[in-house]
Design a binder for this molecule. Sequence first.
Ligand code: GTP
Ligand code: SPV
Ligand code: MN
Length: 589
Amino acid sequence: MLTNNKNVLNWVDEMVSLCKPDKIVWIDGSEEQLNALRKEAVETKEMIELNQEKLPGCFLHRTQPNDVARVEGRTFICSRDQENAGPTNNWCDPKEMYAKLTPLFDGVMKGRTMYVIPYSMGPIGSPLAKVGVELTDSIYVVLNMDIMTRMGKSAFENLADDSNDFVRGLHSKANVDPDNRYIVHFPEDNTIWSINSAYGGNVLLGKKCFALRIASYQGKNEGWMAEHMLILGIENPQGEVKYIAAAFPSACGKTNLAMLIPPEIYKKEGYKVWTVGDDIAWIKPGKDGRLYAINPENGFFGVAPGTSEKSNFNALASTRTNTIFTNVAHNLDDNTVWWEGLDKNPPTNAMDWTGKPWNGKESDIKGAHPNSRFTAPAKNCPCISPKFDSPEGVPLSAIIFGGRRAKTAPLVYQSFNWEHGVFVGATMASETTAAATGKVGVVRRDPMAMLPFCGYHMGDYFKHWLEMGKKVGDKAPKIFNVNWFRTDADGNFIWPGFGDNMRVLMWILSRCDEKVDAVETAIGYEPKPEDINTEGLDIDSNVIKDLLSVDKDLWKEEADGIEEFFNQFGDKLPEEMKAQLNGLKDRLA
Ligand code: GTP
Ligand code: SPV
Ligand code: MN
């Protein structure tokens, strides 16, 4: 036992009598203990040890083919009052849900070991950090939590012996039965129950379940924000660093933007980019009245396909040691890993992500699953920010929203003010990706990239954003929208993206410093085409003009879509959002 906290001990006892494991192991976080678990996982074939010369400390894991992504349809917010879950979440009465899940958990760990994982979201000792305890029957979960969080005995340092402020996470892979898979949140009980999955966001309960769904609810009550955002710093040649947070939906470019390598024109001047986080930000006003952000995580659970030396050098570099790969292809020639987009040489003697022999030649059979991932320690990242462990976090100059839109949304625009910025975030839309089960490529509204992650009523969430803006007043970060994904008539991306996105970030920072003018349009302020630096890019100024164009007819359709989307929130939709929609319609008329 690693703590004297009675609330923890009583709850663990209670869950032990429910799940009836043969054995209970408290995870202290020591290398000795973790090594024993790695060894056991290799012996039971839960993980494959990769080439320890080329990839020291790295392992491969495969999940069931029916268990490869978050399952939004089976994810629930069980607030006592249905109204508090809102129209965008699945809801069930908590009593009913406990009654339904209790028999599923009853005896589920017979013949298995229960691991008790204490962890901290946020640097230990940070006033913004919070403690969680996850109980699980999966070694894969323990080893991933070790990378993704500050895990082990030290996590309890942040929890007083009489405190009840920890998140209770119960997970069992059970028999990975998709028909009885449930990812359930009880925000009023600080509790998460997850059963019948063994994949990522469904089971690493510190991540989406705690750090977004439960934390967004806590943040609303405690005056802070939990957001699906990357955090990066841009250092200018004088050594000053400005920080930006950006919310894009799953598989829409957060990890890539967070680790971007500046184009030559900026590099030679001495600009640098620092990664603070790639997926989640906890944001709170600091002593000076500005908004400060921490990354509550300690690693990256990143999308593997498309990650290459060219597209995201820093992410790839992060995966060369102590990394767990999930559902990628296994190169049998040298016992390494491969995925689509890594390079142009798929292995010819390999296993695909399902474990079937694969020769890399049939292009219609993929080696890696489109949502295959790497779990890599943040400290591996060559551009990890010196402020990564900073307890107070970093001050935000700008907040960016964005999504995948083939048409409609221009490359970049700035909101008129905070309130309009909240409207821009609230009305974001994006094409769906493989990060969640379901159809890919369908446009859906995804407010602040939080549609699958907001732990309470989305209308109240908009209200909370408005209130946070009022709290920080003129010290609020400026709010922008970007779209890297506009396509031409043949469906090709027009904007080069990746490192070249820095060119857009530079305009954004110039706006924050009031160093550059803008053009006022119906949807917000846009750059003059010549203010996007295209030096060194093979791109015509007409193309930039085109990327910035606002098609009024498309935007009128957009406004109708927004109205329809807003209608579901009824009385909970803040008046300010209605006024913003009317303002947009007037400007388009
Ligand atoms: P989650 O981890 O699911 O939250 O995803 P994410 O938002 O971190 O997305 P990520 O950076 O992993 O990118 C997802 C996919 O988008 C990858 O296949 C990338 O190659 C692609 N992508 C990222 N940035 C760009 C860009 O600027 N342009 C284009 N065309 N594709 C991009
Ligand atoms: C996402 O889907 O936004 C992810 C991956 O970051 S998961 O942890 O599975 O949610
Ligand atoms: Mn994500």
